[in-house]
Every structure is written in C-alpha cells, then in structure tokens.
Design a protein around this ligand. Structure first.
Ligand code: SF4
Length: 447
C-alpha cells in the first residue's frame, strides 16, 4: 500500500482528462487522494502552458513546497503536462527539489519514473511522440455520468499565438475502434454523456486515412458510430476549427439524436487582417456562413466561442470588426482573453504590441457587449421546458444541472447526479438559468 497523493490541475479539458488518468494510475498502484499537502507522499502538478502567467504560478507553487521537501525528503514532487514538455530541464534548474518531470507524451511511464526517483534520483521523460493514448490508461473519473474521451492528441495547425503544437506535437488520431470500445464500456458502466476531446476534432482521422485524401477526415463517421452506442444519451465534442468544418459533420450533428445542440466554435477575431496574422485560415464572412449553416441544420443550437483581444497590430478598426461579428453571431457565451505572448510562438516575435490600457479597454467593451447578448439569449428560454441532466449540488446548495445546449440550470429539490429531468425556466441570468421541476424523466443509473 502506497501513501497519499495530491493532484493539482491547471488549464483545459485535455488536462482535466489527463488528470483523470494520472489519478487512475496512482490509485491502481495503491495511492489514495488527499487535499492536504502535508499528508501527501506524492504531489503532482498537471501544468498548462497556454494560460497567462502559467510559469509564475507553477514556480510559485513549487516554491511553497520547498520547506516541506526539506522536512520530508521522501516527499515526491512531480511536474506533468504542457509546461513540463516546454521547459523540460529548466524545471529542475529553477526548482531542483522537483523529483520527476513528465512531458505530454510520457504519461504512461509515470509510475516507473516515480519508483526510479526513489532509488536513482530525479527522473525526466519528455519524449517527442505519443505511443500510448492517455485514454488507454486506468482512470479515476471525476463524474459518475459524464466522461471525457480523447479522440486525438496534438494539432497540425500553426496558429501564431498558440503553444499547443509545440508541446503536444502534430495530430495523432486514436483508432476509431478504440474510441467506440471505450464509449461502449462507459455506457455499460452507466455513463450517459461523453465529450469527445481533440485540439481540432474536425480533422480527426486525417492521419489515419492518409495518404488517401478521398477518404478525408472521419469525424462525421465517428459521431455516427458513437451515436449508435446504446445508453449514451448526450454526445458533445470540443473543439472544431472553423477552417476544417465540413458539411458531413453538420449532417451528422443534425441526424444523430445524441449529439447535443451546442457547439464551441472559436472565432478568435472578427478582423480578417488579424485572423491572417493569427494564421487562422478562415475569414469572418466564411465563419458567419458556417454559423448560418449550422443553425439552419440544428435549430436552437447554442454557440459559444473564444475571442482574443489585443493581438499584435490590432487596430481600433480591427477591434470594431470583432464587435460587429460578435453582434451578428449572437453567441450564447464567449470566453474572452487579453492577448499575452507565449514564449516560443510566432506571435511573441510580432511587432505592434498593443498597449495594456488599450487592451483592457477593448476587453471591457467586448465583455459588456457579450454579457448583454448572453443575457438576451438566456431570456429566450424563460417559460420554456428543457431537459436537464443533474450534475450535483450547486454553490447555493441547490441542484445544478445542464441543458443539452450546455446551459447551467439551478433548481430546488434533491436529485442524484445523472438524473434526467424536465424543468421549466423561471428566470435567466447571464451565466445560468433558474428552473422548477416539471417531471423526473429517469433517475440516475449510477452514483
Ligand atoms: S487549432 Fe490553432 S489554436 Fe487550436 S490547438 Fe491547433 S494551433 Fe492551437
């Protein structure tokens, strides 16, 4: 029996998914989770290189552990993920008390590295290629009804602001049979909802069908294959790239009953000039055209997006173009980011840095506009009855669930996580809805 482990996760859903595997690996070796640093025999930081100040946060966290490590030299400190891949040996140069550094492709070897660190000293594996998908490893799922399923790792695009291709490598798709088998197992265990994860899900399978481009990417086929799995009532995916969207995917979304009426469709900028600088190979009109097609095919679909403000060289006119697209697109929600350079990316070398105050001012105008639109979109649901899948207890002690359109609903009552119910929406807020129970459709199968 091993001791306790503490796992801290930063960043995106991909990291959340990897963390389920890290927890699964550690627990398969007898470790037990803890939230107390002082209790832990192993502390793992699953890091992100995308978010602002990620480096400072990591080294700050590592600094806090130093006195603990001095008092207890048997404590193992592990750094995993994108920053591990990016900084490699620099992590131990800055924090020599770190025991193990594991890059994004080396997760399967975590336990061996941990063991070796006990007898042989510090270990590092930052290999450049994925040989085993994290999804093939044991998992400790964070939910009893919803599961992340990875369909590909890496990305073949080269968006100039993005560090992902550098730290996750080129796209590598998981064989479709493996993905479907995992979803079938999940359905047998009682999971009712899956979210497919890939940096650019639209190009899923392109590397599997190469060199025969006529077979094309297989994402539409994958959606249909998973839709056919009994028991999976909600199927989501993130994220599609607007450039690689295809009519086949729209058809599959419209025709597969389990595919939820929600799409995360990253815009990044409404200015064609800025999109070009970002190396995003679509233009605003093309983006809006896809949106019209998706909305026509899937009525009532909710659309969320990402927008970056203050990309190098962004003028007031460029920003106005972004506001115009946001007004026209009427997103349900937007994740808005102030541009900050990531070392190693092309954009970090670009001239035309926008002054901080200007970025902040634009950011606030964008948020204000989007909050107004988000509230209007939410209000359209007042009085409607919607299907809610209960996720657990909300912050105010009431039940929290999600609609098929991925909107959060709070309501009174006691329902287990994984319960499907119908709720009438009684009030709308920019980021959540309040509903009242109409009827319970199906009680939770698990949990
Ligand atoms: S599509 Fe662009 S933003 Fe998305 S992961 Fe690939 S390079 Fe990064």
């Amino acid at each position: 029996m091993n001791g306790k482990y503490l796992l801290r996760t930063f960043g995106c859903q991909m990291n959340e998914h990897d963390s389920e595997r890290i927890a699964g690996l550690l627990e398969s070796d007898g470790y037990v989770a803890t939230e107390e640093t002082t209790d832990a025999q192993v502390v793992v930081f699953n890091t992100c290189a995308v978010r602002e100040n990620a480096d400072e946060r990591l080294y700050g966290n590592l600094g806090h552990l130093r006195p603990l490590k001095r008092r207890n030299p048997r404590l193992r400190i592990v750094v995993v993920g994108c920053l591990a891949q990016k900084d490699q040996g620099r992590i131990r140069e800055r924090a020599p008390w770190v025991d193990v550094v594991v890059g994004t492709h080396a997760l399967p070897g975590l336990l061996e590295l941990l063991r070796a660190s006990e007898t042989e000293g510090a270990q590092m594996d930052v290999r450049e290629q994925t040989e085993v998908f994290p999804s093939a490893l044991p998992a400790r799922r964070g939910s009893t009804h919803h599961a992340w399923v990875s369909v590909s790792v890496g990305c073949d695009n080269a968006c100039s602001f993005c560090i992902v291709p550098l730290v996750r490598g080129p796209q590598l798709s998981r064989p479709m049979g493996d993905i479907v088998a995992e979803v079938q197992d999940l359905a047998r265990e009682g999971f009712v909802e899956v979210t497919l994860l890939g940096q650019n899900v639209n190009t899923y399978g392109r590397d599997l069908t190469a060199p025969d481009p006529s077979k094309g990417p297989l994402f539409a086929e994958l959606l249909r294959a998973i839709d056919a799995v009994d028991g999976i009532r909600r199927l989501r995916f993130t994220s599609p790239h607007p450039h690689d969207f295809s009519p086949r995917v729209v058809e599959a979304m419209a025709e597969c009953p389990s595919v939820c009426e929600h799409i995360h469709f990253p815009l990044q900028s409404g200015s064609d000039r800025v999109l070009k600088g970002m190396r995003r190979s679509y233009r605003s009109e093309r983006y809006l055209e896809w949106l019209r097609r998706i909305r026509a095919a899937v009525p009532g679909i909710a659309v969320t997006t990402d927008v970056i403000v203050g990309f190098p060289g962004e003028t007031e006119e460029d920003f106005a173009a972004t506001l115009d697209v946001v007004r026209e697109a009427r997103f349900d929600q937007a994740y808005t980011f102030r541009y900050s350079p990531r070392p190693g990316t092309r954009a970090a070398q670009m001239p035309g840095r926008v002054p901080k105050d200007t970025v902040q001012g634009r950011f606030e105008r964008l948020v204000e506009l989007q909050e107004r639109i988000s509230l209007e979109r939410m209000r359209e649901l007042e009085g409607e009855t919607v299907e809610v899948l209960v996720e657990g207890v909300g912050r105010k002690g009431n039940v929290q669930g999600r609609t098929r359109t991925n909107k959060i609903v709070h309501l009174d009552g006691e329902f287990g996580s994984g319960t499907f119910l119908d709720a009438r929406i009684v009030s709308a807020h920019p980021h959540h809805l309040v509903g009242e129970l109409v009827r319970v459709r199906a009680a939770a199968a698990v949990g």
